[in-house]
Design a protein around this ligand. Structure first.
Ligand SMILES: [Zn+2]
Length: 284
């Protein structure tokens, strides 16, 4: 139990460390059972992830300007670990005070602090992402989870998640050096990462990439599915090599199974609008 608490606290960050989970959850029996096990939120009307139909998104170019990232995104970060929390591989940036990784603008209210990065991925090369665009699933999805002090706990907007869909062709630049250092590891274990800069993962200087995104209001994609997330899904994907993609698949779940396919089934929109930051979407 103690280890579960630790894992839980690490996963949701200090924000939720006072909540104690009553029920275990996993991806093994499908994710729709969460609606029974965690009724309060997982059966709600503003759930994530969703399928984004690009032709049904609304042009909100005037309200969704480029994001502003603090200088720390371009500097090396050291003393951080990649942790297997049993549900994902994650890099916690909470409690590392001198990082000062803040994000603002981009249609967000106030300033958010990057607290954690984690990965959703599959086993083959065509499924693994949580969000889908025009019904197409990507091999992986990276979530940058950011928190705000301007919102109350439990309030929509308390979290902003920046989501990057990932494609994994057989040939691609090897950008994810941080993945080279992982070997098979169990739930609860961590690997210390070499110093790396976040701009080596996301193309901060590429305005064509960074200024094109979708926006909607939704939830955490894991129990307890709190409806507090302002979602940003970048329209263009990141590319990692297939070799790097396979590196994501080295963890084991708490039950000793291979940690893969850690994505939730897409949820109904229930009338929510999906906005886009550009007047036209050029299909990939
Ligand atoms: Zn996630």
């Amino acid at each position: 139990m103690f280890r579960e608490l630790l894992v839980f606290a690490a996963f949701f960050g200090s924000l939720y460390s006072k909540s104690i989970p009553n029920l275990k959850w996993s991806y093994t029996n499908g994710t729709e059972v969460w609606k029974e096990d965690f009724k309060e939120n997982c059966a709600g009307k503003k759930q994530s992830p969703i399928n984004i139909l690009s032709h049904e998104t609304e042009n909100a170019a005037d309200d969704l300007p480029p994001f502003k990232f603090s200088d720390a995104f371009k500097k090396d970060i050291s003393d951080v670990n990649l942790t297997n929390n049993g549900h994902s591989l994650m890099v916690s940036l909470d409690g590392v005070n001198d990082h000062d990784l803040t994000i603002s603008e981009g249609g967000l209210e106030g300033e958010y602090k990057l607290s954690m990065i984690h990965f959703h991925f599959g086993e083959g090369n065509n499924s693994g992402s949580e969000h889908t665009i025009d019904n197409i699933q990507s091999p992986a999805e990276i979530h940058f989870v950011c928190t705000s002090d301007s919102f109350e706990k439990g309030e929509m907007g308390k979290l902003a998640v920046l989501s990057f869909l990932v494609k994994a062709p057989s040939l691609a630049d090897e950008k994810f050096n941080i993945l080279q250092h992982i070997s098979v590891f169990d739930t609860g274990e961590k690997t210390e990462l070499p110093a790396f800069s976040l701009s080596s993962i996301i193309p901060l200087d590429n305005s064509h990439f960074m200024e094109r995104y979708y926006r909607y209001q939704g939830s955490l994609t894991t129990p307890k599915c709190d409806e507090i997330v302002v979602w940003t899904i970048f329209i263009h994907p990141l590319y990692i090599s297939y070799e790097e993609y396979e590196k994501l698949q080295v963890g084991l779940t708490e039950d000793g199974d291979k940690l893969v396919n850690n994505f939730r089934q897409v949820q109904p929109l229930n009338g929510r609008k999906v906005l886009r930051s550009v007047s036209h979407v050029h299909r990939r």
